[in-house]
Design a binder for this molecule. Structure first.
Ligand SMILES: [Zn+2]
Length: 426
């Protein structure tokens, strides 16, 4: 069935058309990538009608009246789904980056009032309008680098008013017709213990559970709740209480898990049936087996290890070989991973996680969609899904991670509309 009133777009002559899929043909488990040579996609309204070789689709009678988009010598794939970002912040932390290069540790910078606490201070002082202007720029940059959907966390406010301020900025952009980037909001009030609660941390956990989560849920400002479960931040018991409260208010669950130490976050994610466990630099073999027996996605953020100059990366090969669904995300944030460029993450995933371009591309698209439980709508070009496509100025997708640090995006199509055109495509 076609809706004859909706405009139709025929994207054809792609040197490769990429379509990630779950190997077991049901959501979960390992991902693969179908590569269609001389590929094409027929789009109607905001949906994908058909994909296949260009020659085969040219015989499709639904082509009649469609707008033709010749993408010869280009790769076409689904837009990146960046399932872990912290995009609302008031200032960069490039001074701390320089201090780290000169030998200061992340921990010593944090102890001197830097790190997340630095971002909290500047965010609390910033107006909602100034945050909105800065975040709007970030949204444009995400799109320009081929990302069509992000998850966006709060977590630099750490009190009711400022956490709401961040989520309102996100909500504003979600409803702004001038912003084409799709945003999935996550409440991360449990990102850090704020300075004023240092000697009464229990009171802060009470505040998160009794005030913040109910208000965020009532105002429909978040779809997920996340907790930084780590030694010295939030314990497994505190994280469990916060996430169970969030779940009772209808929010999905995510965890920053086993990032700096093996602290039990992954096991908690499996116990609670969270959508994803993120970071996993210090996960052990036992927890990898647990993840493999669950539907929790392992979201890897190698940009953070790279930018910190760390030698410890998540054991991606073990996770993949155990059959865990792996997602890749930027972790875009002002402290440890200040990039929106998922193409650069594919390069780091190759060189530091030993993920092949095929594995990395699938993880950054369908893996990310699965980590947000939106894989029925996003993350691949399967007919019926939302028409979020990226056209890359390369003939082979393996050139995208190979030429690291570059932006290969020529055009971006979101919900069937060209929203970014770098190379006078239309
Ligand atoms: Zn994070």
């Amino acid at each position: 069935m076609t809706d004859s009133n909706a405009p139709r777009l025929f994207v054809h002559n792609a040197s490769q058309l990429l379509n990630p899929f779950f190997r077991n043909s049901i959501p979960g488990g390992r991902l693969s990538l179908e590569v269609i040579r001389d590929g094409a996609a027929l789009i109607e309204g905001d949906r994908i009608l058909a994909i296949g070789p260009s020659a085969a689709l040219r015989r499709d009678e639904r082509l009649q009246g469609s707008i033709s988009l010749d993408v010869s010598n280009c790769v076409v794939g689904p837009g990146f789904v960046d399932s872990h970002t912290h995009p609302v912040f008031a200032s960069t932390r490039h001074e701390e980056y320089e201090m780290r290069i000169q030998g200061a540790s992340y921990e010593s910078i944090a102890a001197a009032g830097g790190g997340i606490r630095n971002s909290v201070r500047t965010l609390r002082a910033a107006s909602e309008l100034s945050l909105l202007a800065r975040t709007r720029q970030h949204c444009h940059q995400f799109l320009a680098h081929g990302t069509t959907t992000i998850e966006a966390k709060s977590g630099y406010g750490l009190d009711l008013a400022n956490e709401l301020k961040i989520l309102q900025v996100i909500d504003h952009l979600r409803n702004d017709p001038e912003n084409s980037l799709e945003i999935i909001p996550t409440f991360l009030g449990a990102h850090e213990i704020p300075d004023e609660y240092r000697d009464r941390r229990g009171d802060y956990v009470d505040l998160v559970c009794d005030k913040m989560i109910p208000m965020v849920a009532a105002r429909e400002l978040a779809m997920f709740c996340d907790v930084f479960c780590e030694a010295g931040v939030f314990s497994v018991e505190e994280s469990r209480r916060i996430l169970k409260t969030a779940e009772s208010h209808g929010l999905g669950m995510k965890l920053h898990a086993d990032q700096l130490t093996h602290s039990g976050g992954t096991r908690l994610a499996v116990e609670l049936g969270a959508a994803s466990a993120d970071h996993l630099e210090y996960i052990d073999d036992c927890d990898i087996a647990l993840l493999a027996s669950s539907s929790v996605v392992a979201t890897l953020l190698p940009g953070a290890s790279f930018h910190l100059g760390a030698t410890k990366f998540a054991p991606a090969r073990k996770l993949l070989e155990a059959g865990v669904t792996v997602a890749l995300a930027t972790d875009f944030n002002p402290g440890t991973s200040p990039t929106v460029n998922m193409q650069a993450i594919l390069s780091i995933a190759g060189s530091s996680l030993r993920m092949t371009p095929e594995e990395a591309f699938a993880a950054a698209t369908l893996g990310g969609a699965r980590a947000l439980r939106l894989d029925d709508r996003l993350g691949s070009l399967t007919p019926g899904k939302q028409a979020d496509l990226v056209v890359y100025d390369v003939e082979d997708y393996r050139l995208i991670p190979y030429h690291y640090g570059m932006n290969h995006v020529r055009a971006v199509i979101k919900k069937g509309r060209i929203v970014f055109d770098h190379g006078s495509l239309a």
